[in-house]
Design a binder for this molecule. Structure first.
Ligand code: KG4
Ligand code: ZN
Length: 350
């Protein structure tokens, strides 16, 4: 009760947990809009191996998650008992990593007597922009581009999705990571290739633009990755001259961005979309952002790109979707389990 005798509804406070790949993240979200805390612990161990090692990822989650969750509550200045629900990524991802988050969430849920809600990681990426930009105008197109996914989806609201396209082989970020590895540039490859591309000539190499002009909205990046690998092979083993690496980076990036932009604009036009929402680590790419910004402006379409922390894997987007699940009235699921495959994760994938 407040001073006027009216009941004051306290806004929902949801703890979000994300452990689907190699980032351990915990967030406390209040009222679906205010992030009281948001912590992301990147697992540096994978750099040594040039890619994510699933076994090491689950072990690192096991060590990182409990102290991170306690710190998230401290920073939010909340006792665990003040939470209304716990939302955890249940799918898709590395099953050994997902299991750590799900088991932790269930244990806390049981101990605290709070509902535990399973969240789809891709659904988190689809809506992450709402954390900074609020509700959007529908229909929206969402492009989720990360190390594991390249998804083009029509979104008409929470839970209202029509899948338009996916990659048939490598994800866009995976292609970046593999090309960078081949060039001896370390992991992850996206940020370093993005920076190098700015120094190179985008027409130095004539790499293929896979799928452009073909019907539908699917993507394919493995042929492009092979074309780049073949071009690199002609120059022997690393290290390579910086100018050559910059030209390869710029030409490779031009092919990736041309493909992503062409498919996305086709989807916007076909669906008469009012909004384009980006998500996933590759949404940090400067050329992709700049190209989509000018194309969207020319069409009168609102482009919404999360800040880098919310593009990458994060618990804030999981807490957001968790909040909406609570508001929708879904019950806590004691049988909650981890699911690795996107196709089996409950979203309407074609
Ligand atoms: O969403 P994310 O943090 O993790 C998942 O894969 O789920 O995305 C990481 C991916 C990596 O493949 C990384 O190379 C790529 O995003 N990436 C970028 C850039 N920053 C990160 N790719 C291109 N340009 C960037 N600036
Ligand atoms: Zn992701």
């Amino acid at each position: 009760m407040n001073g006027s005798g009216m009941a004051t509804a306290t806004p929902l406070r949801v703890l979000g947990i994300e452990t689907s790949c190699d980032d351990t993240s915990v967030a406390v979200l209040e009222g679906g809009t205010r992030l009281l805390s948001h912590l992301i612990a990147a697992q540096d161990v994978h750099r040594l191996y040039g890619g994510v090692v699933p076994e090491l990822a689950s072990r690192a989650h096991l060590e990182l998650l409990p102290p991170l969750a306690r710190r998230a509550l401290e920073e939010a200045r909340l006792e665990a008992g003040a939470l209304d629900a716990i939302a955890v990524t249940r799918a898709p991802g590395l099953v050994g990593s997902l299991v750590v988050g799900v088991a932790f969430a269930k244990a806390w849920g049981l101990a605290l007597g709070k509902p535990v809600l399973g969240v789809n990681h891709i659904e988190g990426h689809l809506h992450a922009t709402a954390l900074e930009h609020g509700p959007c105008e529908y229909p929206a197109i969402a492009l989720v581009v990360s190390g594991g996914h390249t998804e083009l989806v029509r979104v008409d609201g929470f839970g209202l999705y029509r899948w338009l396209g996916s990659t048939r082989d490598d994800a866009a970020g995976e292609a970046y990571d593999k090309v960078a590895k081949r060039l001896g540039l370390g992991f992850p490859g996206g940020p370093v290739l993005d920076a190098l591309a700015a120094e190179g000539r985008r027409d130095a190499f004539d790499f293929p633009r896979p799928m452009i002009g073909r019907p539908g909205f699917d993507f394919s990046f493995s042929g492009l990755k092979t074309a780049v690998a073949n071009a690199i092979a002609q120059h022997g083993d690393p290290p390579y001259p910086r100018a050559l690496v910059a030209d390869l980076a710029a030409s490779f990036q031009a092919a990736v961005v041309d493909t992503l932009v062409a498919r996305t604009l086709d989807a916007i036009d076909a669906e008469n979309a009012r909004t384009l929402n980006l998500g996933g680590g590759v949404a940090c790419n400067r050329e992709l952002r700049a190209r989509l910004a000018s194309e969207c402006a020319a069409r009168g379409v609102t482009l919404r790109i999360p800040s880098p922390r919310l593009c990458a894997d994060n618990a804030a987007m999981i807490a957001l979707v968790g909040t909406w699940i609570v508001e929708r009235g879904d019950p806590s699921d004691p049988e909650l389990d981890a699911v690795a495959a996107l196709e089996e994760s409950g979203l309407p994938i074609r």
